[in-house]
Design a protein around this ligand. Sequence first.
Ligand code: FEO
Ligand code: CA
Ligand code: CA
Ligand code: CA
Length: 602
Amino acid sequence: FPDLPERGRPVGFQAVGDNTVDSIVVPNGYDWSVTAAWGDPILDGAPEFDFENQSVEAQQQQFGYNCDFVAILPLDRHFERALMWVNHEYTNEELMFRGWAGPENATDEQLLIVQAAHGGSVVEIERVDDTGEWRPVPRRRRYNRRIHTGTEFRLVGPAAGSDLLKTSADRTGTKVKGMLNNCAGGTTPWGTILTAEENFNQYFGATAAITDPETVQRLSRYGIRTEAGTDRGWERADSRFDLATEPNEANRFGWIIEVDPYDPDSTPRKLTTLGRLKHEGASIAIAEDGRAVAYMGDDERFDYVYKFVSKNTYRPGDSKRDRDHNLRLLEEGDLYVAKFAGNSPEFPADAPADGLFDGTGEWIPLIEDGESKVEGWSVEDVLIFTRLAADQVGPTKMDRPEDVEPNPVTGTVYIALTNNSARTPEQRDEANPRAANKFGHVIGLDEDRGDAAALSFTWKIVLIAGDPEDPETYFDGFDKSQVSQVSCPDNVAFDPAGRLWISTDGMPGASGVADGLFVMPVEGDDTGHLRRFASVPRGAECSGPFITPDGRSATIAVQHPGEGSGASPDNPLSTFPYGDQPRPSVVTVWRKSPTGGPFIGD
Ligand code: FEO
Ligand code: CA
Ligand code: CA
Ligand code: CA
């Protein structure tokens, strides 16, 4: 793209404040529109959305619920046509159905509609006029796709075919129906999507208590129930979600999945090589020698940051041979977990002696050269019960690792740590320095020699979130009278100038103000100058964010508008975006006029 913004560029727009209008709020000079909403027909022949008359068949052809990760991949050189990938993480049944009275009173049809609303969507989109706005392409829907709980997936990598992955419906341990709770994700340089199964534990019920001690330990470490009971009632409509009869079904969820959006007939693959966690996301950097490196967070209080390094090297060409080669890159390689060491030895303390929360770190091997590095553990066990394997090697317990993403412009890897109310003062360390960390923080990690495959790194906290008037907060050294309040950093993205974009989940609970999208320069005079760019409606979290590589559009996911609202007159139900029942939506923001440069954030 010509005229891309230079590195270290300052932010230029007027920051927006809290949101009291149950809508999207953007800075002066910007506009926004809905790109896709729950229920939009996306496959040819799909019915129009009808809130009062939903069906499984309709939902399987319509845009799913609770949009989360968003990625936009080009269909042409000028980014005028593109494919939009969206995760449908979970559902709010109380907002999906009129008169919902809990899973115990749900019909099987409702439970199956809920299942069909999970998964992901591919939607072909095009730019509107010469602006940054996107709209779905009418009619031509060659690439459009709905992935849901009926879609077949293939398990690949070293654990595929393991006895621990076999069920009565799949004696091979290689075929799974559906993906669940796909939260964030990433794109690969070879044009595929990585999508991450996060809180998959909630979908399993048990008609009888699980008693085998080893199975109980393995289920419990992932927060999966072991006593008899149900959370969402799914086992009633589909017996594979009953752990008492299908104890291995839960092992088939909790993976990073690779989807090829350019091939609508492809079978999405669950990558066992990358381990089984409550995966937040996965983002790729290419190492010095061409190997692909995936950075990953396990979103739980006191869980870990991971990275995967492929055995083979990435081929930049786009011949069919190169593409087939790249499509197998994430099936073989090494898996590591991070240990952070502070350089201020007096810790735990209120402030570090050298004025910075920073230090060094190492990547501890779990799998290397195809072999387990965890004593007494097989490769299969390390990959399927990765949390328990990592517990053996002493990594750093973090404050809920969310997105872990390399900045494609500077190479620094940013780790969003959303919060951790359970950390005690004694449990503080320099990388997680706050007790009862309510507002979260962000770490910047630089691999040694600038090589993504390095086994050691340096790190520094670049943002300690919260109200800037709170003396504990830190905005990479910037003057705090000029920054926006921010808390619970969740998803991160980068624009072509290398600025860090952060979306939040949990600000209403933590700070009493709406979630939104923020941008913070990470180099130049404006480093740390964090400003709020957008606010989302009542009850919604802001996720997604995707800034197109031409810098013209910021696309966000407005997830669960209306959640927790509607109970009282002073807390009315959200009606976003169409003035009636709230519908989770993907929204694009763009500059109205190119005066002063067309770039988002300037
Ligand atoms: Fe679904 Fe970790 O946020
Ligand atoms: Ca999230
Ligand atoms: Ca220090
Ligand atoms: Ca992200």
